[in-house]
Design a protein around this ligand. Structure first.
Ligand code: ACO
Length: 325
């Protein structure tokens, strides 16, 4: 059976670095608190560029690195909760900018699990024989939907994008996934609410407080550890594998303490979890592909290596994917 193989990875993010000390100048916080509770030391924050700038940059790099012509791209999927527009999708903006005239293009909203949802959706199109290849990207400018006066959330997030060019393959590739949604818990993590003001009602308040990121941190923590542990266990068991068979786990880069709990509960060495949250913070759908690209660029992945990507996020959603590199 054909598989979907990652051929190239890429990332793009703002040049502007905002440290914990920089944040301590605008809200009542400290480097010590943020580092201890989250593992984050700094993050990239847009100087005004919208999400499409980073997403398009990633797409251009992917074409270059995979040596593929834009006209040969069949499918473009972008995962984001901070698209420039309601419509067009970021994927259609990518299509225009790179000239992928023969592709179909659409966005997916699955928050921090977005890249997992996008990648596994591309996999279905490819495995069914509908398309031969895809550009899959997760990209965000969370800085535009963070309340910069709320210290409990504004210290957590960063901006950027990451992605992969994937194509049909006879051997290596995506092996198995566990994807899930728990809409009943959606209220523990929300952003981007707009009310229904119109000419025939008296609602006027366009910038609703629920526009900004709201998070019940403790509930999200519990949700993330529970779902990721369960899905990782099921994924490995289904393939008859243990943590020892996996070279790297690439978790969503939300919080180092979540990863510590997962590693401990599954008895997997902490060092096997690749992390860069100390430099990027939580970039939602971009966090896993940015980390994956770092692993790849550093030459830490060899053909045949097994890696596991594990995301969780708003919705609530989760997704765990086993890949043979
Ligand atoms: N600086 C200083 N103090 C702070 C800050 C801050 N930035 N933020 C909160 N505090 C204070 C609170 O006001 C509170 O003070 P109080 O005791 O006087 O009321 C105290 O610190 C403890 O606050 P908690 O919210 O209970 O802190 P907690 O230990 O739970 O840590 C955190 C908060 C880091 C968000 C934690 O709940 C967590 O890791 N949650 C997981 C969720 C997560 O990682 N989300 C990322 C985004 S969602 C996603 O990616 C899916």
């Amino acid at each position: 059976m054909d598989r979907t193989r990652v051929i190239a990875t890429a990332a793009a993010y703002p040049e502007q670095v905002i440290t914990n000390d920089d944040l301590a100048k605008i809200v009542d916080t400290s480097d010590e608190w943020i580092t201890q509770r989250t593992g984050i030391k700094e993050r990239r924050i847009s100087a005004g560029e919208n999400t499409s700038v980073y997403v398009i940059d990633v797409a251009k790099k992917l074409l270059d690195r995979a040596s593929v012509a834009a006209e040969d791209i069949d499918l473009i999927i972008v995962a984001s909760v901070t698209a420039d527009y309601g419509t067009p999708s970021l994927a259609c903006m990518v299509q225009k900018e790179i000239g992928a005239v023969n592709a179909i293009a659409f966005d997916i909203v699955a928050a921090c699990s977005g890249f997992m949802y996008a990648l596994t959706t591309a996999d279905k199109y490819i495995k069914s024989g509908t398309y031969r290849n895809a550009i899959v990207i997760g990209g965000e400018t969370l800085s535009k939907i963070v309340d910069w006066t709320d210290r409990s959330t504004c210290v957590l997030f960063g901006d950027g994008a990451g992605g992969a060019y994937v194509e049909e393959s006879k051997d290596a590739g995506l092996i198995r996934e566990i994807i899930g949604s728990a809409g009943e818990s959606y209220e523990i993590l929300t952003e981007g609410y707009t009310n229904c003001a119109n000419a025939f009602n008296d609602l006027q308040d366009y910038t609703d407080p629920k526009w900004y990121v709201y998070m019940n941190g403790r509930e999200v923590f519990k949700f993330a550890t529970k779902k990721v542990i369960k899905s990782l266990k099921e994924l490995l068991e289904a393939e008859g594998l243990t943590g020892e068979d996996i070279k790297y786990f690439v978790p969503h880069q939300a919080n180092i303490r979540i990863v510590e709990v997962i590693a401990k509960k599954l008895d997997i060495p902490f060092e096997k979890f690749y992390m860069n949250m100390e430099r990027f913070g939580n970039t939602s759908s971009a966090s896993i592909p940015i980390a994956l690209n770092e692993l790849n660029e550093k030459g830490l992945l060899e053909r045949g290596d097994r890696i596991v990507l594990a995301g969780f996020g708003g919705g609530m959603t989760w997704g765990t994917v086993l890949i043979e590199w």
